[in-house]
Write a protein that binds this ligand. Structure first.
Ligand SMILES: O=C(O)CCC(=O)C(=O)O
Ligand SMILES: [Fe+2]
Length: 344
């Protein structure tokens, strides 16, 4: 008789976590070295995450200085609360559906859109304690017909509505960021209007040994901004500040906004509670140049400090890099030799 083997289901961590007798985490999920979470004390309290009130930002003539460099909670964002609630319910329902239904969207080898995780076994990569679903949603012709267009109608319709609203919010945030950086509005719009957008839904199941795993490997998002909705009141997102992993406090009715390839973040999981999130990513158009602002360079007469890449190339390089904790931005830096050797 064979020994009892816990089901090791790479297709769904949710299914794995459902097993009553799961008391230890299979080794494929155990991180070799997980950096600890910052524990506040009397002398070092928990650094707070800045809260941005959208009402203050859009006030005509307001003297705002939008330092949207890192991560913020965004309140009074203008997205209808009942639509947000509906969206939350739909995502919960998606992950509650039988596994066979979700596997209809299973991502295939070499792809990164669909249900599941891309795991680089060859590099000994550990599996995150989460199930996720990632897809490109804009431009519309880039939508994979077997993903969003094939969703159950209530999920598809709600997601379309939600994305429409969050898109308006995202575009106004990008406009404001541009303004605060003194970048010309047309330049900002040319890059982001009808740009590349994508969404990721994530389900983090409860985990019997939460300190041994990560829900989401430390990373930074590709480019532009991310508007994140945390679906239930469970904390899990952490940001890296001066080498410390700081938990982001959950703020009801707020979005978490982070700025692209600058901010290192990860997600941790909980022993008894599941956690869900929905992220929407705003990136430049695929044909846009990603690099130092041309209008700023002209205005200031300064030399660029970073290389310029066409977005399509940028994304290719971004996704093929090894997740080793460095931001991709770091790799885009021009060093002095580059300046010296470039003839134009
Ligand atoms: O689930 C979270 O809180 C973080 C999600 C995230 O960072 C991502 O999807 O890129
Ligand atoms: Fe992220």
């Amino acid at each position: 008789m064979a020994f009892f083997q816990p089901l090791l289901n790479h297709e769904s961590v949710q299914e794995l976590a459902k097993q009553d007798n799961l008391t230890t985490v299979p080794h494929q999920y155990v991180q070799d070295h997980r950096e600890p979470t910052f524990v506040p004390n009397d002398t070092s309290p928990l650094p707070s995450i800045p809260v941005i009130d959208m009402n203050d930002l859009i006030m005509e003539g307001s003297n705002m200085d939008l330092q949207l460099k890192h991560l913020h909670s965004l309140v009074n964002h203008g997205v209808d609360e009942s639509l947000v609630d509906q969206m939350k319910n739909e995502v919960v329902r998606f992950f509650e559906a039988p596994i066979e239904e979700k596997l209809r969207y299973k991502l295939k080898g070499g792809e990164y859109e669909g249900y599941g995780q891309t795991i680089l076994h060859a590099q000994g990569q550990k599996i995150d304690w989460a199930d996720r679903f990632f897809m490109i949603t804009n431009p519309i012709h880039r939508r994979k017909p077997n993903l969003l267009p094939d969703f159950p109608p209530s999920l598809r319709i709600t997601l379309e509505k939600y994305m429409g609203e969050v898109q308006k919010l995202g575009m106004s945030l990008l406009g404001l960021i541009g303004r605060s950086l003194d970048i010309e509005k047309e330049e900002m719009m040319k890059i982001f209007e009808d740009g590349m957008q994508s969404v990721r839904m994530t389900y983090y199941p409860p985990c019997p040994q939460p300190d041994l795993v990560v829900g989401l490997t430390p990373h930074s998002d590709a480019a532009g901004i991310t508007i994140l909705l945390q679906l239930n009141n469970v904390q899990g997102l952490q940001v890296n500040k001066d080498g410390l992993w700081i938990p982001v406090t959950f703020l009801p009715h707020a979005f978490v906004v982070n700025v692209g390839d600058i901010l290192q973040h990860r997600a941790v999981v909980n022993a008894s509670k599941e956690r869900l999130s929905l992220a929407m990513f705003f990136n430049p158009k695929l044909e846009a140049d990603v690099g130092p602002s041309k209008s700023l360079l002209t205005k200031t007469g300064k030399l660029p400090l970073y290389k310029t890449l066409v977005m399509e190339q940028y994304l290719k390089q971004f996704f093929s890099r090894k997740l080793n904790g460095k931001t991709f931005l770091h790799k885009m830096k021009i060093n002095n030799q580059d300046h010296a050797s470039s003839s134009n």
